[in-house]
Design a protein around this ligand. Sequence first.
Ligand SMILES: Cc1cc2nc3c(=O)[nH]c(=O)nc-3n(C[C@H](O)[C@H](O)[C@H](O)COP(=O)(O)OP(=O)(O)OC[C@H]3O[C@@H](n4cnc5c(N)ncnc54)[C@H](O)[C@@H]3O)c2cc1C
Length: 374
Amino acid sequence: MGRQSSERVVIVGGGIQGCAAAYFLARAGWSVTVLEKDNIGRHASGANAGGVRRLGRDLREVPLSLAAMDIWKDLPAYIGEEAAAAFHPSFYMKVAIDDKGHGLGLDRIRMLENAGYQHEIWLSKRELKKRLPQLEGPLLGGVLVEGDGWAVPWRIVRGFAKAALDHGAEILEGCQVVQFSRHSSGVWKIETATGSLESDWVVNCAGAWAARLARKAGDLDFPLSAHAPMLAITERRAPVLPAVLGVLGHTLSLKQLDTGQFLIGGGVRATADLETDKAGLKIPEMATSIRLACQLLPGISVAGILRCWSGIEGYMPDDLPVIGMGGLPGLVHGFGFSAHGFQLGPGVGEVLADLVIARQTKVSLKPFCPSRFG
Ligand SMILES: Cc1cc2nc3c(=O)[nH]c(=O)nc-3n(C[C@H](O)[C@H](O)[C@H](O)COP(=O)(O)OP(=O)(O)OC[C@H]3O[C@@H](n4cnc5c(N)ncnc54)[C@H](O)[C@@H]3O)c2cc1C
């Protein structure tokens, strides 16, 4: 038996986590308001590479990633056919191009097998060549996950936002939370740039700004840092790459979108400024990932780079998110996704809703405990 849906919930942040949490809470009949200082999906959730991968997850994050994937696989049932069409499942492959990568791949498979997971498999050099004959260079094998893929991120975020609205949620854009505190009556008073409101629950999905928000409430001082992972997109080319590609031991993620454009990223970070909301670019570092992409798929080198961009993301020291009850009653946190929170989003939305409703979560949230840094 969970809590009654007569209580009000304010979610701060209209990224994938906030919108997915809003959807699951509104679907359960709760009165939900999302407060977003800019626009839905304006930051990391709309600017990301759209990688929907279970591959390479920290072992402690695997159960959450698998639970999220169950939702991705059945996405039309949650956000409707139109938005769900933005998800393109195929397969994700991380190839080994040197001995270090080869060792990392084999260790990884052993570790997962020992933990009882079988979703990542090892492909020998020969099997890899058969699967992706278009790849060039010294390929020593690779780790594969069937069914991972990519999505157009802003369409997915907007899909969850619309599904939340359809279930009665309210979404206020251009509405920055400037202060909030809990009254002795047990009600949260939330001051925004455009007015104030009261709520029984506050869910902190404020991305890279979430530690600032927690501080405003008088909760823990979270060691969250802001950085800006970078991406580059090319001109259109004929389809040659059905998989999302990474390289073991190197920073590359490479995919070819349905437009024919190659999207190149992999986590190389530039600087982020939380005061101005501006994220920078470091072209030499971006060029390293582009060079590696061209080495694997030489066709890319004749496709011009159209645009580079970055997005502001919050990182925790252990690269694991903070998901759980805050130090004050009625406060729940969901932030710190350390550049891999897009795939987790639907699963995180569901567990955040479970925490508010006081339902058993499908997976243990122990590794993500907000107080793990003291
Ligand atoms: C370039 C890039 C590539 C990435 N690639 C991938 C990938 O391929 N696969 C993957 O799984 N993950 C990827 N990620 C990570 C993923 O995008 C993030 O982990 C995820 O989007 C985080 O979602 P969020 O909702 O927590 O944060 P956000 O999307 O940042 O949303 C937080 C929102 O809170 C709002 N906010 C903050 N403070 C306030 C306030 N005081 N009042 C009101 N609103 C506030 C912000 O405006 C923001 O919109 C990538 C990230 C980047 C930047």
